[in-house]
Design a protein around this ligand. Structure first.
Ligand code: NG1
Ligand code: ZN
Length: 545
């Protein structure tokens, strides 16, 4: 058992603090970087086992997305670029929490449970974001991979969706693209340039976009991509990491939750601007109108824009493929109503977390999924892609249909179907606005968001809250849902729900209503109900100001 001796020796260099317990949450492990060295080593081990089991390349991304700079995290990427399966999330939690002397036993348990053949070759792709802690932590992942005799390939700095893309390219024998950064830039930019040919009269204003890079990896990668775009998109990059702190007063999460522009950008009225998050898998758009009012175009507005565009192209191409939109409980009520009643698209609501949205979207010919926070993409079934492709080469297709099919084909090439991708989504949105001749104001006017508010409440143990109905109702603690129902009744067009966060030690509260004052008041009242009925700690929640 030489291999395990090596694991024992190496793991001693990445010791687990006794008693520390962490969970593989909504998006992998995430906490203060100081607590993560042993987790990274062990995720290297687990990625090696997953690679043996699937006989494929596995990805490991070191990032904590929109969390503050002092945090870090890690997530595993499965062969087709998707999130790892729930069974393996459980293995991850078990391996992460095994005390030092029990590690080899925990490893052996997984090997037996999964009937893993240890002589199988192992390849693991590793990427990291720009956090100061990411370098040492990704080295710990590599140590884990090599201690099981695996081959770890370190891509260095990457956005999360770039790593998902690389893994998918490798495991599809490069049918999805070339597993290099250049391969990624070339595939996306070529598709974008093809699409913009259908909007020949774009003005300089239309080609110009302000980008808030959240002082993170997305800014670096946007700069690298720029030459490939051949001036079809001219980006003014702000919060590019040259001086500001990662995700601090900037980035997609700040803009969405605070409902205001980031620091570090002077916005002129009507100018189109977007913000990435810290690992560039989320994007939100916004602008300031001539009265100085801030308008946010979040994941719901993005899903509406894209699904409307796709539906129009399908009609033009004469293809009867079903388009569905997948949202979470955070989807604005106005967006759901518009999609169902006006657009007549199927809307599915699932639990928070991209893995749930991704799985639901796979059930449709074309599944558009977006979290309200701007994390999302579009999935095309194999059958849908084939029918579109056939139409582009069918000699009996008329010009109008063929042109729509070609647009759909280029659209597919522009989308990163493995996971939400800020850069790919940004290019898609820019192309759709150009092709449809829409300004950001016109896009915003498609429907009006219900005013809403998100708050956090600190409790002793957030697991006391259990939810059902895609997290829209709380089943425990007793009395909490009744209290929420009573509060909701006080307001017009109102809705509220609470759920334990999967990435932070807090309970999240969401409320929407006919006015901002009502949404703020409802969110505050529900926060107090959570504080009182679910074991709040510290000061009683205050109203958002
Ligand atoms: P939690 O902390 O479980 O709410 C947050 C986001 C998710 C998802 C994950 C992963 C909200 C309300 N929640 O999860 O949508 O993006 O982070 O990054 O935005
Ligand atoms: Zn992210």
């Amino acid at each position: 058992m030489d291999q395990f001796e090596k694991v024992s020796q190496c793991s001693a260099l990445h010791p687990k603090p006794a008693g520390l317990v962490l969970q593989y949450g909504t998006s992998g492990f995430r906490t203060n970087a100081k607590e993560l060295d042993h987790i990274m080593f062990r995720m290297g081990l687990l990625a090696a086992l997953r690679s043996m089991k699937t006989e494929s390349t596995i990805g490991v991304m070191v990032t904590a997305s929109h969390n503050p700079e002092e945090d870090n995290g890690v997530k595993l990427i499965d062969p087709m670029g998707e999130m790892v399966t729930p069974e393996w999330e459980e293995h991850a939690t078990r391996l992460a929490n095994a005390e030092q002397e029990a590690l080899v036993m925990a490893l052996n348990d997984i090997i037996k449970m999964e009937a893993i053949n240890l002589s199988q070759d192992v390849t693991v792709f590793i990427g990291k974001d720009t956090r100061p802690s990411s370098k040492a932590l990704s080295q710990a992942v590599l140590d884990g991979v090599s201690s099981l005799g695996g081959h770890g390939y370190d891509y260095g700095l990457l956005t999360t969706p770039q790593l998902h893309f690389m893994v998918c390219c490798k495991n599809t024998q490069y049918r999805y693209g070339t597993a290099t950064e250049e391969g990624y830039y070339k595939k996306l930019s070529q598709a974008f340039i093809q699409l913009t040919k259908h909007a020949p009269n774009r003005t300089d204003d239309q080609k110009h976009l302000l980008v808030d890079g959240a002082n993170g990896i997305g800014a670096l990668k946007m700069r690298e991509m720029e030459p490939f775009l051949q001036k079809e998109l001219q980006v003014s990059l702000h919060n590019d990491g040259s001086h500001g702190k990662l995700n601090f007063l900037c980035g997609a999460d700040y803009v969405k939750v605070q409902q205001k522009p980031p620091e570090g950008i002077a916005l002129n009225a009507g100018e189109r601007c977007c913000s990435f998050d810290g690992d560039a898998d989320r994007i939100v758009y916004y602008f300031i109108d001539s009265a100085g009012q801030f308008h946010l175009l979040d994941g719901d507005k993005i899903a509406t824009l894209i699904s409307t565009y796709l539906k129009q192209l399908l009609t033009q191409a004469g293809l009867d493929l079903q388009v569905a939109v997948v949202q979470t409980a955070y989807g604005n009520g106005s967006s759901t109503r518009y999609l169902e009643e006006t657009m007549k698209v199927t809307v599915r609501c699932v639990k928070t977390g991209v893995k749930h949205l991704h799985r639901a979207a796979q059930e449709f010919d074309i599944g558009v999924y977006f979290e309200a926070n701007g994390h999302g993409t579009v999935l095309f079934s194999k059958g849908a892609e084939e029918r579109i492709q056939q139409l582009t080469v069918d000699p009996n297709t008329n010009d109008e249909k063929k042109s729509a099919a070609v647009l759909l084909e280029n659209t597919i090439n522009l989308i990163n179907q493995t996971v939400g991708d800020a850069i790919s989504d940004m290019l898609l949105i820019e192309a759709v606005l150009a092709i449809q001749g829409l300004t950001v104001q016109q896009w915003d006017a498609i429907y009006t968001d219900l005013p809403n508010r998100q708050l956090k409440v600190k409790v002793a143990d957030r697991c006391v809250i259990d939810t059902t109905d895609a997290e829209r109702r709380a089943v425990s603690p007793t009395g909490l849902q009744d209290a929420i129902d009573m509060l909701v009744k006080k307001y017009q067009k109102s809705r509220a729900f609470v759920r334990p966060s999967g990435t932070e030690d807090v309970v999240r509260v969401y409320a929407e209503a006919d006015t901002q004052e009502s949404a703020d008041a409802l969110a505050h009242e529900v926060s107090i109900a959570v504080y009182k009925l679910a074991g709040g700690v510290g000061e009683e929640p205050k109203q958002f100001h």
